[in-house]
Design a protein around this ligand. Structure first.
Ligand SMILES: [Zn+2]
Length: 443
């Protein structure tokens, strides 16, 4: 038996003093006071805050095939260092893409010994893989993802409305979430992209997201398929989302730290580190996304850690048309979200819902992860929300040490991460030589 004792432990929606008793990787119970005769190990965390380990359901790990971009070892180490104890890997930009059972098995063969945190996997659906989608959904993936627009990767082409009409009933039968990158291209984005950030922003207007979401809501309603909009950037769509939710459609929506932190007005020309799709928009849009977080229109926040090599970011040329899109941020989600949340008047008590609980429920693990409660996995992040630090390249654990957040001062320092009862990271150092994360495969 082990006890984690502190003054600020997140239980039943609030931080309170007490002790978490842990045995064999699980939480036995939370007690206000340790029993007099308690003889086990005590980890005293005093005034530090104890939250459930963060569950990040949107991470591009890119292994196998594009391991110069990222890999399971480096990505899961970055997660662990940031208090993230569960990640879910995206079906692109690895090679092969995870669109068939065979390709999924190829990926699973790569991960052994490399997982520092628990790791699940999304499958992918492309027009040519719809015929084998049923089989893929039964192979252990937690759900599937498609694009309604060019993904940038030729192996992962977009799905038309007709393709989605074929795929959605199959996904619905499995009662798994269907993740959608929702942008629909039309002439409105027909501008020449150059070194100006505004040219890139103009090339992917809000209407592309709004139109795609409108289409997905229609398909969601028709097919009774759990539909999840990834990385919402356009705040204009919140009204549509709320209407659909009030109708009872099985819809969830996520957004990401970069849309909640940066404003397009402040992005310097040529700074391609800020390129991602859909794009980071105006301050006014960002404020509305925060409003959506506060009123529950948006369900949770995930990193969309989407790395590539420095060369592909075209940092020297600074051309937004040429640069690869995607922002690397895994490891810093907690302080990134907290820093902005506090400034937007979001109470610290809300954070575990946005980062741990709802994401765990989303992937079907709402009864084992995302809460500090008897019977749950003893996954914890121990941190100080009042201490600040500056992101430096040296502290980054993910493979390519490039992020638009470098040099940024953030509030919230992670002191330790526990995975199933064992402390795996302490003050930025890994406590053991062995990766102890598990594959999370749907039974
Ligand atoms: Zn992504």
């Amino acid at each position: 038996m082990k006890a984690i004792v502190g003054n600020n432990i997140y239980v039943d929606d609030a931080f309170r003093p007490g002790a978490i008793l842990v045995e064999e990787g699980r939480i036995v119970e939370f007690v206000e006071k340790l029993p007099e005769n308690y003889a086990g190990q005590i980890d005293q965390v005093a005034d530090l805050y104890v939250m459930p380990g963060i569950v990040d359901t949107h991470v591009h790990i890119n292994e196998p095939g594009r391991t110069d971009w990222e890999g399971f070892e480096t990505a899961t180490k970055a997660a662990a260092a940031g208090g993230i104890t569960t990640v879910v890997d995206m079906p692109l930009n690895c090679l092969p893409v995870t669109t068939t059972v065979e390709n999924f098995q190829t990926k699973l063969r790569e991960v052994d010994g490399k997982l520092w945190v628990d790791t699940g996997f999304w499958g992918g659906v492309v027009p040519d893989s719809i015929d084998s989608l049923d089989e893929l959904l039964g192979s252990g993936v937690l759900g599937v993802k498609s694009f309604t627009i060019d993904s940038g990767i030729p192996e992962f082409p977009e799905m038309t409305k007709a393709d989605l009409e074929r795929a959605m009933p199959i996904v619905a039968r499995h009662q798994l979430p269907y993740l959608i990158h929702a942008e629909l291209e039309d002439k409105t984005g027909n501008v020449k992209i150059d070194k100006k950030y505004q040219s890139f922003l103009d090339s992917r207007p809000r209407s592309w997201e709004n139109n795609a979401i409108q289409m997905m809501l229609e398909l969601c309603k028709k097919n009774h398929c759990r539909t999840h909009i990834v990385h919402l950037s356009s705040s204009d769509a919140i009204e549509l989302i709320n209407e659909a939710k009030s109708e009872g459609l099985p819809l969830t929506v996520e957004t990401c730290p970069h849309y909640l932190t940066f404003h397009s007005e402040n992005i310097e020309d040529g700074k391609t580190l800020f390129k991602c799709c859909p794009p980071i928009r105006e301050k006014e849009n960002c404020e509305k996304l925060w409003q959506g977080i506060k009123d529950g229109s948006l369900d949770f926040i995930v990193s969309d850690h989407s790395p590539c090599t420095a060369g592909l970011k075209k940092l020297e040329q600074g051309d937004f048309g040429e640069a690869w899109g995607g922002i690397s941020s895994l490891q810093f989600s907690l302080p990134l979200v907290w820093t902005e949340a506090e400034q937007h008047g979001v109470n610290l008590n809300k954070l575990p819902k946005l980062l741990c609980q709802r994401t765990a429920e989303f992937i079907g693990l709402g009864d084992s992860k995302g809460r500090i409660q008897a019977g749950y996995d003893a996954d914890f992040v121990i941190w100080d929300p009042n201490e600040d630090f500056v992101i430096t390249a040296e502290m980054i654990q993910f493979k390519n040490k490039i992020t638009p957040y470098e040099g940024r001062r953030l509030k919230g320092v992670v002191y330790a991460t526990y995975l199933r009862g064992e402390k795996i990271v302490e003050k930025g150092q890994f406590t053991g030589p062995v990766a102890t994360g598990k594959k999370l495969l749907r039974k």
